[in-house]
Design a protein around this ligand. Structure first.
Ligand code: TRP
Length: 452
């Protein structure tokens, strides 16, 4: 495994635990996006009807692309840039396909820069929910937090530092160890929050809101929103999954693990809805409150709730854990590249790239206060501009290119080899989807987002 210093042969790292790939990939997938994004969209887009369409998108687009990413990563056992290059060259194509990997590295750092600012607010809210200031409304509290650049910067710095520490501790000592600790914790905390919603919330109404299919709310945009959400939620299109796949042991079945990751991601999203909406209804709050939902609405519910000063911090700890396990997957692909190319050591790479994301994040810190009136792309502030660039532009293109590459340019034999253990019928279905269905659907979302 190590000790081989030949420049031709890379040191290959493998997850140790059988479940580590699943935990790490689920850790990447389950994040801030799931915990408030999914329930909120399900609520406004027709409840159960949206959930149904979302599941279809996960199966028709998410699963095939996830399998392609894992397959390309694991075959090469290299970071996304070199994994794409290797797969292309081995298929007799140009090595320029590595551009897909580069796009991923850039969008990873960009997403991390603002993800960390929001996650920093979550960290701060652990304390705020434990010791709420009397006589201050939760809206005033949120405004106090976001009005202070130094406060946001402080928590943003802490969050980036946690990422750097975990990533520099390595794939096994850092990421594997962390996800094996964080993911069970996240699951247990989520169950506690759902039980809390059964006790303190209006659970029947929450269930109804999330699951009663209302097809009158469904139109073309519902499909596109569900697709975008499925895509973002599974961490596809920027190399996170490809990179984690490169550490996957050879004997694991790519189809089964992908199905498990997608299932866990969806389960956590639904549980998040069951934890949040019953509380929102019981306390007469607005379910469609958007980004402020967890910070403003839920905080006010926690303040009034019995044992709220324990349940509140537990909830924000849950959010912070979910955010941390997602954030490390944003940084890892570029750190893996720097380490693999022997440009710098793993620690220096994590430090440099982490600091880079930290510096860009300062723009997002300021977009809550001093720069709130300054527009960058169109009329978007700094944070929203970076978000737009990465999520609406780089990521869908990345995902589409992975699908086009895997469907049309990669030698089918190479894929079949890597999918060993998979039923031939499943392979054929995968080929059909990755060739015809997934790229077209992603293209549709991409074009829709450009024109809307
Ligand atoms: N999936 C995460 C969430 O739901 C965010 C995330 C982490 C992500 N890594 C990613 C999104 C890579 C796209 C690509 O919050």
């Amino acid at each position: 495994m190590n000790g081989n210093t030949s420049s031709k042969i890379n040191e290959t790292v493998s997850w140790v635990g059988k479940w580590t790939f699943v935990l790490a990939a689920a850790g990447s997938a389950v994040g801030l996006g799931n915990i408030w994004g999914f329930p909120y969209k399900a609520g406004t887009e027709g409840g159960g009807a949206f959930v149904l369409i979302y599941l279809l998108c996960i199966l028709a687009v998410g699963l095939p692309i996830m399998m392609a990413e894992i397959m390309i990563g694991r075959r090469a056992r290299k970071s996304p840039v070199n994994a794409m290059k290797t797969a292309a060259i081995d298929s007799g194509q140009t090595g320029k396909w590595q551009a897909v990997g580069w796009g991923g590295l850039i969008s990873g750092i960009l997403i991390l820069s603002f993800y960390s600012v929001i996650a920093g607010i979550c960290l701060n809210y652990i304390i705020i929910a434990a010791f709420p200031t009397p006589d201050i409304s939760s809206l005033e509290q949120f405004n106090i937090v976001t009005a202070s650049p130094s406060r946001l910067l402080f928590w943003h710095s802490i969050f980036i530092a946690l990422n750097i520490i975990i990533i520099s501790a390595g794939v096994i000592g850092g990421i594997e160890r962390m996800v094996r600790l964080l993911m069970p914790m996240l699951f247990i905390l989520m169950m506690v929050m759902v039980i809390n919603a059964m006790i303190n919330g209006d659970f029947a109404r929450g269930l109804n809101f999330l699951f009663a299919p209302d097809f009158s709310e469904v139109d073309a945009t519902t499909f596109l929103r569900a697709m975008g959400q499925a895509f973002f939620s599974l961490s596809l299109g920027m190399g996170s999954i490809m990179c984690y796949g490169s550490y996957m042991p050879q004997e694991e079945n790519i189809f089964k693990t992908s199905l498990t990751v997608a299932g866990l991601d969806t389960l956590i999203a639904i549980l998040a809805g069951l934890a949040i909406f019953p509380i929102i209804f019981a306390y007469g709050l607005e379910p469609g409150a958007g980004p402020g939902l967890v910070f403003v609405s839920l905080l006010s519910a926690f303040v009034d709730m019995p044992l709220g000063n324990i349940i509140g911090p537990a909830f924000f700890a849950l959010l912070s854990i979910a955010a941390l396990s997602s954030a490390i997957s944003l940084l890892e692909p570029s750190v893996a590249y720097f380490e693999e190319e022997k440009i710098v050591s793993r620690f220096s790479a994590a430090l440099t790239l982490g600091l880079f994301a930290w510096v860009i994040g300062i723009g997002s810190v300021l977009s809550f206060n001093d720069w709130s009136d300054i527009s960058f792309i169109g009329d978007l502030n700094f944070l929203d501009s970076i978000d737009y660039l990465a999520n609406q532009f780089l990521m869908p293109i990345g995902g589409m290119m992975v699908a086009i590459f895997a469907g049309w340019f990669l030698k089918p034999d190479l894929a079949l080899d890597e999918f060993s253990g998979i039923h031939l019928a499943i392979f054929k279905i995968w080929r059909f989807f990755i060739k015809f269905i997934s790229p077209v659907l992603v293209a549709a979302v991409f074009i829709y987002q450009l024109v809307s």
